[in-house]
Design a protein around this ligand. Structure first.
Ligand code: BG6
Length: 489
């Protein structure tokens, strides 16, 4: 047929990300009939492997999530037949030329579109892009490259990476993933705000007291301590995932839903942010803890972590956007590993009702009498709004209750994984959910001076027990701005 062929080349095919996320996401898209008709998947890595071995490896990661009926195994078989493996060095133009030859055999002279997914450490991004773009880019269709963080460690290294990539690629060929942008409730953020009259007019300093962006995991860095130690929680979660959510939350109304219009607004917000001050940041590190017969090791007990490491596994920060909409509103971020729960949420605390007629009727907890909108990104996706109501009965006592949109009770369809949406968009050339280079620069400019100061001054993190709620310093930081963390009250 005359339809273009589409190849996705998974560079680093045997890595964790490819196995856990990318192959399953591609299979889910296949089941949903979302992949281009003539698609082929090529694994590319250094180790020797046959097509059959790759297929066995991939098949272990696939589940019948979408098609639960019996023909799922048949689908898996069909999908695997489209998967191939090519072994080669990451910096070898020759090896990529061989890959090109194999791709051409599959393409049979038709228009070919090629998507390279770099599931490899960033220090070899440029080598791969250089060899792949010289020897294996499409001659008659498009070539795109997906890269995933870490995009450097600071402004300088990120800029070097960007300019390295741009030697071989145009900006519109580069798809930088922040997988949080592919999460259902993050994508819904704009819908919630811009299509509901009861929210849109309230979205400013006039009605919002503070905004909280919270990420917690109930496991440590076990097994990836060596990697993590080079980055720490601020680079791992805050500078990207939480900051991206903040930018989407706080941006001005874009001219349209076009990718450039949205990204222009996000960059503007990031550029309006006040430089982060050390006194507005608290860092922590988890220590070993034994509870109920289970002992969890501390961060530095991990053999891959250098002794005496000061790398934070927890951080809380107060950020400010110095523009007309958000002047003076604290945006509090909190991110940590080895905490008591796994959760990611956005909390919007509204101001008090001026001259509230019912302020006496709340009992002692008058602080509680404000509205709060919670967007729970995961787990158990939900949006709930805390409102005040009267406790039924003859008296007049007020209570706070939740108007609750719990996705699992409202929708029977399972929520797609973030990577499914992102891959689909990259295939379709939709850039809205990918990070443009100026966004990345702005994000690094915000965090780099702070990161340098923390490292130069060798600031010690506050220790907190594995499985706890994190360092108390986070409470002091919030109370400095008259804020209570919503997830703890
Ligand atoms: C990654 C971080 O970007 O996000 C990990 O590097 C973290 O440290 C992960 O565990 C969390 O993603 P998710 O989708 O499981 O919340």
């Amino acid at each position: 047929d005359g339809e273009p062929t589409f190849s996705i080349i998974m560079v680093g095919a045997s890595g964790d990300l490819a196995k856990k996320k990318i192959f399953p996401a591609l299979f889910a898209l296949y089941c949903e009939h979302c992949l281009p008709k003539n698609f082929t998947i090529f694994g590319y890595a250094r180790s020797k492997m046959t097509d059959a071995e790759l297929r066995t490896m991939v098949s272990r990661t696939l589940t019948c999530r979408i098609d639960k009926r019996e023909n799922c195994n048949e689908k898996i078989e069909k999908f695997l037949k489209r998967c191939f493996y090519h072994s080669g060095q990451y910096d070898s133009e020759e090896n990529f030329a061989e890959l090109d030859k194999t791709l051409k055999e599959h393409e049979g002279g038709r228009v070919s579109n090629r998507l390279f997914y770099l599931s490899i450490p960033p220090n070899i991004f440029i080598n791969v892009v250089k060899s792949a773009s010289r020897s294996a880019s499409s001659k008659n269709g498009w070539t795109r490259v997906i890269v995933e963080k870490p995009f450097g460690r600071d402004s300088e290294s990120s800029a070097a990476l960007t300019s390295g990539l741009k030697q071989y690629l145009d900006e519109d060929q580069i798809f930088r993933i922040d997988h949080y942008l592919g999460k259902e409730l993050v994508e819904n953020l704009s819908v919630l705000r811009f299509s509901n009259l009861i929210f849109e007019p309230l979205w400013s300093r006039k009605y919002i007291r503070n905004v909280q962006l919270i990420f917690s995991e109930d496991f440590g860095t076990e097994g990836r301590g060596g990697y993590f130690d080079h980055y720490g929680i601020i680079r791992d979660i805050m500078q990207n995932h939480l900051l991206q959510i903040l930018a989407l939350f706080a941006m001005e109304t874009p001219a349209s839903l076009d990718a450039e219009d949205i990204r222009n607004e996000k960059v503007k917000v990031l550029r309006s942010m006040r430089p982060l001050q050390l006194e507005n940041v608290v860092i922590g590190q988890y220590k070993g803890h034994a509870k109920g017969g289970v002992t969890h090791l501390g961060y530095t007990d991990d053999k891959t972590v250098p002794e005496g490491s000061l790398t934070p596994t927890f951080a809380a920060a107060a950020l400010f956007i110095d523009n007309a909409r958000w002047d003076g509103v604290p945006f509090l971020m909190k991110a940590g590993k080895a905490l008591h729960t796994k959760r990611a949420e956005i909390r919007v605390q509204f101001r008090h009702v001026p001259g509230n007629l019912y302020k006496q009727n709340f009992g002692t907890d008058r602080e509680q009498a404000t509205n709060e909108l919670v967007i729970r990104v995961q787990p158990d996706e939900a949006i709930y709004l805390k409102i005040n109501n009267k406790v039924p009965g003859l008296g007049m006592r007020l209570d706070r209750s939740n108007l609750n949109l719990l996705y699992s009770s409202r929708y029977s369809k399972e929520i797609p994984d973030a990577y499914e949406r992102l891959l689909l968009d990259a295939i379709g050339g939709e850039r809205r959910l990918f990070i443009r280079s100026d966004e990345l620069d702005a994000a690094w400019n915000l965090f780099t001076p702070l990161l340098k100061e923390l490292e130069e001054k060798k600031i010690s993190p506050e220790l907190y027990p594995y499985g706890s709620r994190g360092p108390v310093g986070a409470h002091y930081l919030a109370s400095k701005y008259n804020v209570r963390w919503g997830d703890l009250s």
